[in-house]
Design a binder for this molecule. Structure first.
Ligand SMILES: C[S@@+](CC[C@H](N)C(=O)[O-])C[C@H]1O[C@@H](n2cnc3c(N)ncnc32)[C@H](O)[C@@H]1O
Length: 371
């Protein structure tokens, strides 16, 4: 047993469901050279359970695993098996999270099934040692691995030489091109799949869709699959070319328009109106000159954004950062709504559920606004 004193705030948050022990004056006293800690809080005498110790991590020094266990190896095997079994159902897509980190008791470990490939992404250094064990449990020849430690330079996944890095997968009947070995991200955000399903009815009876910050085009493809016209806007020519491949592969090029420009600029110049506008900015974006937060993008460009929505149309706005809680995002958008009404809150679910008391698991927030 490791009898350790924790910051009173850490202890309070832990009791509310927060699984992390963040770096502070107390964590510097944690025993060195141990990969797991069995913590009993020194002052309260409470047994908190087993934690994954990550002294190398710049911020998150320990992550809660479980209240009781016999050994880390058997814990990993059993927990991974349970996590996969839990998702043994038909999601109507070939991209599924088999393990979603903290939510599944394997903190900082994300595992996606992407058709016949598997992508393991790890955010805690300690997982490096257990990758062979995890790989063995997953029983696949197509396992790709990506280190995603916050603050480090972005890395691309790596995989076996005989595993094809480029392939197509289907999500709700739509084909997406996946590229594992070129970029930090792979062409689809699987965590948003449940949101795409939830908003799918909003594309029905819609003539024109505007997809801002389109990346490889998920929302454009969704509109096109419903027979709409779609306009995609992204600053990156590379992503737009990828998007166009996706559109073409599905046979919808005749109804699609690409604009490679900053969204702010496009909105300023825009004279069109769309029945459905989707805006999914990165938490921080840059037009090559200025760096701007997504919140600032909304504050500065709201009038133009709203103008682009046709009468009785809908606007879907997203914010992708755990740093702004759900309530705060609403409070930011509410005063901007002149005549609009929020009709739906969007968040992660299904294979990527959120955990109460752990705001980091609720990083993706969306609001559907009716004009
Ligand atoms: C979070 S991704 C969007 C994900 C996408 N909506 C999806 O569902 O797959 C953000 C995208 O915004 C683009 N981007 C960043 N800054 C931009 C800007 N100022 N104007 C237009 N696009 C921008 C990036 O190139 C990237 O493709």
């Amino acid at each position: 047993m490791d009898i350790l004193e924790l910051h009173p705030i850490t202890l309070r948050l832990f009791k509310q469901g927060h699984p992390w022990i963040l770096k502070d004056e107390y964590t510097v006293r944690f025993p060195k050279g141990k990969e797991i800690l069995h913590i009993k809080e020194k002052k309260t005498g409470e047994e908190l359970g087993w934690f994954l110790h990550d002294p190398q991590h710049p911020r998150i020094k320990a992550r809660f695993l479980t209240k009781q266990m016999k050994g880390l190896e058997s814990y990993i095997k059993q927990t991974l098996k349970a996590s996969i079994e839990k998702r043994n159902k038909d999601y109507q897509r070939e991209n599924i999270y088999l393990c979603f980190g903290e939510v599944d008791g394997l903190p900082g470990l994300l595992i996606q099934k992407l058709k016949d490939h598997i992508l393991i992404q790890y955010q805690a250094f300690v997982w490096e040692k257990y990758l062979p064990l995890i790989t063995k449990e997953l029983k696949s020849k197509n396992i790709w691995i990506q280190r995603r430690i916050p603050g480090e330079q972005k890395q691309t996944p790596f995989g076996p030489d005989d595993s094809e890095p480029v392939f197509t997968l289907k999500e709700y009947g739509i084909d997406y091109k996946i590229v594992l070995n070129q970029y930090h991200d792979i062409g689809i955000y699987t965590d948003m799949a449940s949101i795409r399903k939830e908003i799918d009815p909003l594309f029905e009876n819609v003539k024109r869709v505007l997809n801002l910050f389109s990346y490889t085009g998920a929302f454009s493809l969704q509109g096109l699959s419903h027979g709409t016209e779609a306009t995609s806007v992204d600053l990156s020519g590379k992503y737009m070319a990828w998007l166009e491949e996706n559109v073409e592969m599905n046979g919808w090029s005749d109804r699609h328009t690409s604009i490679v420009k900053s969204c702010a600029k496009v909105l300023k110049e825009n004279k069109e109106q769309y029945d459905l506008v989707v805006s999914d900015p990165p938490s921080f974006s840059s037009d090559g000159k200025k760096r701007e937060s997504a919140q600032d993008f909304y504050k500065k460009n709201w009038a133009e954004l709203w103008k682009a929505v046709a009468p009785k149309g809908k606007l879907i706005v997203f914010l992708n950062t755990h740093k702004v809680p759900r309530k705060k995002f609403r409070a930011l958008i509410q005063p901007l709504l002149k005549g609009g009404k929020i009709i739906k809150d969007l968040g992660l679910s299904e294979d990527c559920p959120r955990v109460k008391g752990f705001p980091e698991s609720d990083y993706l927030k969306g609001l559907v606004i009716q004009k």
